[in-house]
Design a protein. Sequence first.
Length: 504
Amino acid sequence: MSWKHTQEQITLHAIMNKFLTVLNFLLLTTLALLTLYVFDIIEIPFLNEQKTQEEEVIQQDITAAQQEEIQKVTRSKSYDELMEKGKVYAENGLYDLAIDAYTQASQKAELNKEPLLKITSIQLLKQEYQKAKDMSSHILTIDQQSGLAKLYLGQANIGLENFPEAKNVFDSITSDDQKVQYYQGIMAVFFGEYERGRSLLAAASTKENGDETIARNALNFVNGLNEFDRYAAGLNNHLRVLMARSFAQVGEPRLAKEVIWPVLKETREYRDAWIILGYSYLKIKQFKDAIDALEEAKKQDPEKPETLFYLGLAYAGNDETAKAITELEQALENGYEPKIHVEQKLAELYFLIEDYESSAEKYEEVITLNSTEIDYFVRPIWLYIEKLNKPEKAIALSEKAQLHHPDNAMSYNLLGWSQISNKDYMNGRQNLEKAISLSGNFDAPYLNMGWMYEKQNNLDKAKEFYKKAFEMGNGSSTGTLAASRYNSILEKEKNNSFMVNIFN
């Protein structure tokens, strides 16, 4: 064989190698893009267009009878189905999805007020008071006598601080319903009609088969009025403080702050009045105003633990984390109860400033105070695995979780995760499999199983479990992390293949 012929073969071989390298790269890139498309992480326009065109062609070719059959199968949900769907979403705190379902239901029955009332109740929960006012006003154009729509309209006006308007709306309801009497009663108290308020609230507090929370809240005001009566020479300011305290305690901070301000205009040295004002501002997230009021209360009594606790929360809400920690630690030292509330907030704040050791310690304090909630175990175990590289502490804490929650899928997931972080793959896998068997629709053990296989360099199995976690996660943080890890493996495989081909 001639030298020239040999050179041609070498050149041809080199060209083929380059061609194969480019081809492999294109194939892997295409695979990665298709995977992202399948996972709905990206869109590929020409595929979407092709799919639409195919659907149009199919639709043209089928008979009218077949179209009717398809419509039966793919029909939109009925009114009742949408109402049930909205109810399930609302019960699980998925309020935007609930509103969407109720809106669709309303479109199917435009003169039916029920889905609109459901939407209004959610808007009040979300403190979207103007939307709630507009919706309840719209409902009253459908049914002028709707007592519930009037109740919602009154509540929305309280949220918007239209207090005279709220009172007029409540008083326009002719019903002895417990909730109606309650709101008529508290607005009577707010406007100084104490005896009328007492009568209405006493009736609301003793309603048979009524709502226990409303009864308890109504009794709060009645007790406050009775407490004032025991003082023979009671001052009006004292009565205002007692009523403001009741408004704050029953979750009406806007009414509380309006009642308490006249007291402070007359007597700036009234410590409890400043605390109520600060707490009220805190509840409506006016953090700077809350800080000002609570600092005044602190001047009156620097050691009172309630003042320090609320002040710490106000500083936290105003993103002054260092000051928040100082006040909360002092509240803890001064004996604030329940202690667990302070420990929880401190754990969160130490986490924010990346003091992970202190954060983990505080979370463990929370568990010591209350181990009945499995969710309390998740964050400190995550810290020990992901931030502090202390798998032995994670294992000890997850074993404690399993001791207190022996039949809970999360406890097995936490233990398996902790064992994997300590490279105990056999026991880790067994516990994750147990978690999966206890709750088949639980995404976290699938994510951790994928992580285990990835650590063992079994990338095909890792991808399999990551994909499952993504599908189960349905947009959750676990599902998002699973997708990220899946794509990271694809990128790793692509780079490894590219490097191998370069050096062929």
